[in-house]
Design a protein around this ligand. Structure first.
Ligand code: DAH
Length: 344
């Protein structure tokens, strides 16, 4: 083979290789260019190199020098391509992992428990009716849970079988000088706390846990929630009570189609007293108790029953929540099965 032909072949090879490496856009393309041009067995450089044997012996030194130059060019092109790909790798890695200009994806952070949601809704509705939410302690004394609420010593509501009394330091349940403590059995305790500290008028609600030693079944649980309401002012009537309860239920259940019914009842702290029933979509449901604050209670907190009157109510939060969502068993609310909770 003439030297000129060999050199032309070399030049052709080197420039094609340079172009191929320069265009390699990713590691796979780089690798296939390497195989094509500098592959150990079938690489094109190898083939051209074999052609050198047929070059005239006198021309071989010159051919060999050119061959080395061509090898160097190709190797350099391959290295440059390699460096280029490495540094663009780093650039991608240094970029933020997300594009802040794209619309966001809301993270799944869990959700509020249905009872927590219900409490928030109730505070919101009653807030719009002018009632301020207040808190009271869950561990109560005899005065706030019973005595001031006109529940005398011998009253069956104090039965140890119906209350979670707490052992006092003396190891007894309140005998002697130790105050009797218990987990509150009703949120009516908060009425006493508020009225003892605030002169009338008052307009409050209190939402929280209450405790009774009931065996858990579809409608009972030893811990549940009540919403307590209290309004004391001049000339408060049962009509006000019924209006407030109706507006409350209509807002919570969403519609005019909600009705309130009173049935005569008895509670030591109200006179007259009623059971409150609600009708929404189908049938009457018991919600809790209500009435006009008993003059004895007003007196116990230092109010003048000749000056002010008031209404009070205490409703079961779970019942109301269960009715709205069609929950059949109160235990579902406290088993905390995520598949159940996810629905709210
Ligand atoms: N505390 C009563 C209960 O737990 C409910 C109740 C009835 C609350 C009448 C009141 C009321 O404020 O006036 O069964």
């Amino acid at each position: 083979m003439a030297l000129a032909d060999f050199l032309a072949e070399l030049e052709q090879l080197a420039s094609e290789a340079e172009a191929a490496f320069a265009q390699a856009a990713d590691p796979a393309a780089l690798e296939s260019a390497r195989v094509e041009f500098v592959g150990a067995k079938k690489g094109r450089l190898k083939q051209v190199q074999q052609g050198m044997r047929s070059v005239e012996a006198a021309d071989r030194p010159a051919a060999g020098k050119q061959l080395n130059d061509a090898k160097n060019r190709i190797e350099q092109a391959a290295q440059q391509a390699q460096q280029r790909l490495n540094s663009s790798d780093q650039q991608t890695a240094a970029k933020p992992a997300f594009d802040p200009t794209l619309p966001g994806v809301r993270p799944r952070l869990g959700r509020l428990h249905p009872i927590t949601q219900t409490i928030a809704d109730m505070k919101d509705i009653m807030g719009r009716l002018g009632f301020t939410a207040v808190e009271g302690p869950e561990i109560e004394d005899d005065w706030h849970n019973f005595q001031a609420l006109n529940i005398p010593l011998e009253h069956p509501a104090r039965d140890p079988l119906d209350n979670f009394y707490l052992a006092t330091a003396a190891g007894s349940t309140g005998a002697g000088a130790e105050p009797t403590l218990l987990l509150r059995s009703q949120t009516s305790t908060v009425q006493i706390r508020v009225m003892s500290e605030t002169p009338p008028p008052v307009r409050i609600i209190s939402l929280g846990r209450v405790y009774r030693p009931d065996t858990a079944d579809a409608t009972h649980y030893p811990m549940f929630h009540q919403i307590e309401g209290l309004l004391v002012d001049r000339q408060v009537t049962m009509a006000d009570l019924k209006s407030v309860l109706r507006m409350f239920c209509q807002s919570y259940f969403g519609g005019q189609d909600v009705h309130i019914r009173f049935r005569p009842s008895f509670f030591p702290f109200t006179e007259p007293s009623v059971e409150v029933d609600m009708n929404w979509q189908s049938g009457w449901m018991e919600m809790g108790g209500a009435g006009m604050v008993d003059p004895n209670v007003l007196q116990a907190v230092g109010y003048d029953p000749e000056e002010v009157t008031g209404f009070a109510f205490g409703l079961g939060v779970e019942r109301i929540c269960m009715r709205r969502h069609g929950i059949q068993d109160i235990r579902d609310l406290y088993t905390n099965d995520v598949r159940f909770l996810q629905q709210f």
